[in-house]
Design a protein around this ligand. Structure first.
Ligand SMILES: Cc1cc2nc3c(=O)[nH]c(=O)nc-3n(C[C@H](O)[C@H](O)[C@H](O)COP(=O)(O)O)c2cc1C
Length: 438
């Protein structure tokens, strides 16, 4: 039997529920209410997913053409609700699936973040994860009264210290500190709760944490560093690393690199699960899937301005003035998400136009193209995992619709289960234990 792999779902645009997407029902149009997401969480739990990763950023985009118009008009990551509140609702609707909430190091003081995550871990009975990001836009920083974000690599140096601070706060309650002894009337053993007195270069906190301890000791750390410095960070702190390298060779190289960096940092590489972004195209037959693939490419081309606007948002590069039919400028640089820009440049190698490179980048598959009937796609996923070595996939299907969720949860996953490729039941109650099960 092959070793099973893990499944996650990347929930983007965490409030605009399937805007403009058919197959959502009337509720799908009511973007403020959580019904579509809570139904999705139940469906993914039925399919025994490891986790849902709730994306976040804290600003309205305006990198494209120096205007907010395209972002607001099409609901590109706006309106966006607070992810920790969305996560709470997902937890309330489920019992086993993990939820990793995105919170950035520059938006929350370490004390506040440690407290929010401990609370989420408690109310979910040990199912909380933290998608640990350092941010990518000066505009978000300005919303918080800062002039801008620190330089890319410095952000990760600061994040190392941030991790030391939140870890100290989570450790400020020793195991066994909560006695809850009705006979003696003692709730907490005060000798097992300690100050932290953390004084770093950038962050300080006295402690102890007043929320009490995390149920899991600390939340599961999700990370997506793609640059050399980001990968080093992910390999040091991440427990599930999510990434979008293009093609089997790049996926294998990425995972091998994370594992080698983890070993160099004194960690067991098997304690990190690398999940790759995918957006499979599923059809009733091979012909139907191929038709849907062509439709997706055509839709990507029709919406190229919207897609470029999203790309502008994460790279802070204004693509609105670029000629789509000219080659990509090799000299482009970003202080935002470096890996995304590097991938686009690679797609454009050999003099391809921006349109061609971008269609290839975003119009077809993500890490690896998956297309066909559920059985065919299950086979393609098995083959990819065999070549790469592990550890699973993170579905990134754009906006959520009931049809897309059902295709994956009730179509593809049973086909994967029939081949013994994914779990049929949760073995454990907590996020980390399920992640480390295989
Ligand atoms: C699957 C995935 C999810 C991500 N989610 C977020 C997010 O919610 N918020 C955010 O600011 N960045 C997010 N990022 C960006 C990463 O944190 C990181 O900045 C990016 O992968 C580039 O790597 P680098 O920082 O090493 O250049 C995500 C990246 C990936 C691949």
């Amino acid at each position: 039997m092959p070793r099973p792999f893990h499944l996650g779902w990347f929930l983007q645009g965490s409030s605009v529920q399937a805007w403009g997407e058919p197959w959502t029902g009337a509720i799908g149009r009511d973007w403020m209410r959580p019904d579509l997401f809570t139904d999705m969480a139940r469906a993914l739990e039925r399919a025994c997913f490891d986790y849902i990763l709730v994306e976040d950023s804290s600003y309205v985009g305006e990198a494209y053409g120096g205007s907010r118009e395209i972002y607001l008009r099409h609901g590109l990551s706006v309106p966006r609700q607070d992810p920790s509140i969305v996560a709470t609702l997902l937890f309330a609707a489920t019992q086993r699936i993990g939820v990793a909430t995105t919170l950035a190091t520059f938006t929350h003081h370490p004390y506040l973040l440690a407290r929010i995550m401990a609370t989420l871990d408690q109310v979910s009975a040990g199912r909380a994860g933290w998608n640990m990001v350092t941010g990518s836009s000066d505009m978000a920083a300005r919303n918080l009264g800062l002039d801008g974000l620190p330089e890319h690599d410095l952000r990760y140096d600061m994040a190392d210290e941030y991790m030391a601070c939140v870890n100290a706060l989570w450790d400020s309650w020793e195991p066994g500190a909560i006695l809850a002894d009705t006979e003696s009337g003692v709730l907490v053993d005060h000798e097992k709760v300690h100050s932290v007195d953390f004084k770093g270069r950038w962050y300080s906190s006295r402690g102890p944490l007043n929320s009490g301890p995390c149920m899991q000791g600390r939340p599961v750390i999700a990370q997506a560093g793609g640059s050399p410095r980001g990968r080093r960070f992910a390999a040091t702190h991440g427990e599930t690393v999510v990434a979008n390298p293009k093609g089997i060779a790049a996926m294998k190289a990425y995972r091998d690199d994370i594992r080698a960096l983890a070993a160099a940092a004194g960690r067991d590489p098997d304690s990190i699960k690398v999940l790759f972004l995918v957006n499979p195209i599923i059809g009733e037959s091979a012909e139907h899937a191929e038709m849907r693939r062509l439709e997706r490419i055509a839709a990507a081309d029709r919406r190229i301005a919207q897609r470029l606007a999203h790309f502008s948002k994460v790279t802070n590069i204004d693509f609105s003035g670029f000629d789509l039919d000219q080659p990509i400028d090799e000299g482009l640089r970003t202080n935002g998400h470096q890996q995304n820009l590097d991938t686009l440049k690679r797609m454009g190698a050999g003099g391809k136009t921006l349109r061609q490179a971008f269609t290839e980048y975003s119009g077809t598959g993500l890490s690896v193209d998956l297309c066909g009937t559920v059985d065919a796609v299950a086979g393609q996923m098995a083959e990819a995992m065999q070549e790469i070595g592990g550890d699973g996939f993170l579905f990134s299907m754009g906006d959520v619709s009931r049809r897309v969720v059902a295709e994956v949860a009730d179509g593809l996953v049973p086909a994967l289960q029939a081949r013994g490729l994914v779990r049929r039941a949760y073995a454990h109650a907590t996020f980390r234990e399920n992640l480390l099960e295989f």
